[in-house]
Write a protein that binds this ligand. Structure first.
Ligand SMILES: Nc1ncnc2c1ncn2[C@@H]1O[C@H](COP(=O)(O)OP(=O)(O)OP(=O)(O)O)[C@@H](O)[C@H]1O
Ligand SMILES: [Mg+2]
Length: 200
């Protein structure tokens, strides 16, 4: 469970989040929609701990293992796809069998044939899927996913939703997306507008 109380975020004079109070229940999927610039990424960054709220609190168990797939790519163009996963495995101190899992994720997401390619040679959609594979590789109980299907065609988007439905089972997921999130993920649908979250 993650509890947000009166979370506000200002950048200079502009108030982006205007006092958000919500509870994220363990194991549920939350779909956050809202116009461009409404603060979806800002809210995810606060949940991920990358940004601090101007005021208000975010409370979560210290033992939560959280993974974040950002909207803007955090990738190294000279490093291969595989070495990105290797780096993540090292950062999270993953033990044996992570390679098997990494191969499976790449296959499920449809980018296994790019395993040895430097990221600089990948398309936007291929980078998007790598960013997701990196977030999905380690064990986690919270997944924060920012626009997981942007840059993707219908078939690749479907591969992503299928992979998330399987890999995300039992995890709390917060997904910001302009594209509709399939009903089979049974998301709680929220709209972020004017700095507040409305349940749809
Ligand atoms: N570091 C920052 N400094 C100043 N303003 C910022 C900063 N980060 C975001 N903003 C502003 O906050 C607003 C919300 O941005 P955010 O990226 O959260 O929107 P979003 O809902 O994710 O949009 P999109 O759908 O386009 O991804 C924008 O107007 C943006 O310009
Ligand atoms: Mg955004």
């Amino acid at each position: 469970m993650i509890v947000l109380q009166e979370v506000r975020k200002r950048y200079g004079e502009r108030e982006i989040l205007s006092g958000i109070t919500v509870t994220l229940e363990t194991g549920r999927v939350y779909a956050i929609a809202g116009p461009s610039g409404s603060g979806k990424t800002t809210l995810l960054q606060i949940l991920a701990g990358y940004e601090h709220p101007t005021s208000g609190t975010v409370q979560a168990r210290k033992t939560l293992r959280l993974e974040y797939a950002p909207q803007d790519f955090l990738l190294f163009s000279n490093l291969t796809v595989w070495n990105h996963l290797r780096l993540k495995a090292a950062a999270r101190r993953l033990q044996e069998r992570w390679e098997e899992r990494a191969h499976r994720l790449l296959a499920d997401l449809g980018i296994a044939n790019h395993c040895r390619a430097p990221v600089g040679t990948l398309s936007g959609g291929e980078r998007r899927r790598l960013q997701l594979a990196i977030a999905l590789l380690p064990p986690s109980n919270v997944l924060l996913l920012d626009e997981p299907t942007s840059n993707l065609d219908a078939i690749a988007s479907e591969q992503v939703w299928e992979t998330l439905a399987r890999e995300g089972a039992g995890k709390t997921m917060v997904i910001c997306s302009h594209a509709p999130i399939p009903a089979r993920l049974e998301p709680v649908r929220w709209q972020l507008r004017g700095g507040v979250l409305d349940v749809e």
